[in-house]
Write a protein that binds this ligand. Structure first.
Ligand code: ADP
Ligand code: MG
Length: 496
């Protein structure tokens, strides 16, 4: 049995080391021992499948592999911690009993996390499932089921086909969010302490993907479960329409019979008071009925602006899981997974180049690979690093242009005609405090530094000071045209 990890390793690197490593779970057992172990495992699986049904079997044992068998002790490998724990806790006894029936010498079965393969940089991957071969790179995202709703709002009747857990590449930055999402998807009943599940992270890092993945699992388990997925924007639009047409009853009806409610990008309801009240109400009534709620947002509850305190605490009252910005390793794994299904081979050097150069988000990364592959395929051009550089020159120029805090401080100080040292001075006079706030705002916008990191660079200020500055400038941009112009101009100069 070849694991997904190996499939990727052998197909992308194609070298001997990868081919020799026939199985991740391989432990130096001889061929015969391995064959015997696998045939025993197959028999155990048969019985398990009969007992727990195809669906549950696929969910829990689909990716579990036999590792080794020694002195009556069998070791299985699970693809994730979550599956490992679940299988041991819920099926441990049965697996042992069945195995014992097949081979009376077996006295214990232990489930471990699949060990990461030694070669390459894939070491941070926990599970790297294949993407269905049917995917190709020219197609726009297929939507399963027509969107209903008027006026361009979308309420999907089914999840996006390719947004499954199997297609989600797991690495350190998203490991927790992935485990949390799976946990919510696979639980029988919502646990109050995990309701709502609130996933947050930057743009294009996989929040929507995880929400749809939850949806897939729930649907597969019980197609009758009523899942309502909508964007916060759609929630707001629908609510406003309902108010305007005096039809709030119908709006409320939409949520009445829902079993699972998913609202994507909830930061969108910030600053919209009446909608927030309605959302709060909907939310509470579903939680009271013990219905699961899943939310996504670009920010943690604590950083949402213009939101009532009761709402903030409600949002953060369940399981809050963040997705960090991607690492090189994760980006490379994602590219490897996606490249595997491209119609033309993409050399590993090109993937490494892309993973290195395009660090903003996964969506852009996917887009870059798609473009390279499309060029290779349609024009029949050989895919090389030079070719990728050529095809992606606009994207890469942007990526190369990294703005630093030093540059921001210099530009802003020059613009407002103040000393550079005022950027870190404790002085609070408006004439220096406002430019400092602008610089902090730009640092947040144009760099990937965190609030505490930015604070440090501005005279060791606290992250709350930076947050305040960011909010202040965002407000002023709306109310004060000259600030808005200053910010735009500086931004353009810095990025130019
Ligand atoms: P978000 O909702 O956070 O803005 P999306 O869920 O829309 O981001 O993800 C953007 C794109 O990147 C999607 O096509 C998604 O499938 C892909 N993507 C993001 N993270 C991963 C991952 N870990 N593995 C595979 N694809 C990913
Ligand atoms: Mg999204």
């Amino acid at each position: 049995m070849e694991t997904d990890l190996n499939k990727i390793l052998s197909s992308t690197s194609g070298n001997d080391a990868a081919l020799n490593q026939k199985s991740v779970a391989g432990t130096g057992m001889d061929d015969e021992g391995r064959k015997e172990l696998e045939s025993q495992w197959a028999r155990v699986c048969d019985r398990l499948r009969k007992e727990i049904g195809d669906k549950a079997f696929k969910t829990w044992f689909g990716e579990v592999e036999p590792g080794e068998s020694k002195a009556g002790k069998v070791r299985l490998y699970a693809p994730t911690r979550f599956v490992r724990d679940w299988v041991s806790r819920h099926y441990g006894d049965r697996v042992l009993a069945y195995w014992h029936a097949v081979d009376p010498e077996v006295a214990s079965v232990e489930v471990n996390l699949v060990p990461p393969p030694a070669p390459r940089r894939a070491n941070e991957i926990i599970a790297m499932p294949p993407v269905p071969a049917a995917q190709n790179y020219q197609q726009p995202m297929p939507r399963l089921g027509p969107a209903i709703g008027r006026g361009g709002e979308e309420i999907f009747q089914g999840p996006e086909a390719r947004y499954t857990f199997a297609n989600f590449v797991v690495g350190k930055p998203n490991e927790f969010a992935y485990a949390a999402a799976r946990n919510i998807a696979e639980q029988d009943k919502p646990l109050p302490e995990r309701n709502p599940l609130y996933i947050f992270g930057g743009v294009g890092l996989g929040k929507t993907h995880l929400m749809h993945a939850i949806w897939h699992v729930i649907r597969e388990r019980d197609p009758k479960t009523r899942v309502l997925y909508l964007t916060a924007e759609s929630f707001v639009n629908r609510f406003i329409t309902a108010l305007r047409t005096k039809n709030t009853g119908q709006f409320k009806e939409l949520f009445r019979n829902v079993d699972v409610l998913m609202v994507d990008d909830v930061q969108f309801i910030c600053g919209k008071e009446a909608t927030q009240d309605e959302f709060f109400f909907t939310f509470n009534s579903l939680v009271e009925q013990n219905k699961q709620i899943v939310l996504s947002s670009e920010k943690p509850p604590s950083e949402l602006q213009d939101i009532e305190e009761r709402m903030r605490s409600r949002l953060g009252s369940g399981l809050v899981a963040d997705i960090h910005s991607s690492t090189y390793e994760l980006r490379l794994s994602i590219l490897q997974t996606k490249a595997e299904n491209a119609r033309v081979p993409v050399p590993i050097g090109v993937l490494e180049f892309l993973a290195h150069k395009i660090s903003t988000n996964i969506r852009e990364l996917e887009g870059a690979l798609n473009r390279v592959v499309a060029h290779g395929q349609l024009i029949g051009r050989e895919i090389t690093v030079e070719m990728a550089q050529d095809v992606l020159h606009d994207l890469l120029r942007q990526a190369d242009r990294k703005v630093t805090v030093d540059e921001i401080q210099q530009r802003v100080a020059a613009h407002y005609n103040i000393k550079l040292a005022e950027m870190s001075s404790p002085r609070r006079a408006r004439s220096v405090a406002r430019p400092r706030q602008v610089a902090m705002y730009l640092a947040k916008q144009l760099t990937t530094l965190s609030l505490p990191q930015i604070g440090k660079r501005f005279g060791n200020r606290d992250h709350t000071t930076v947050m305040h500055a960011v909010r202040k400038i965002e407000e002023l941009k709306v109310s004060d045209v000259s600030i808005a112009e200053d910010v735009e101009l500086l931004k353009r100069q810095l990025q130019g």
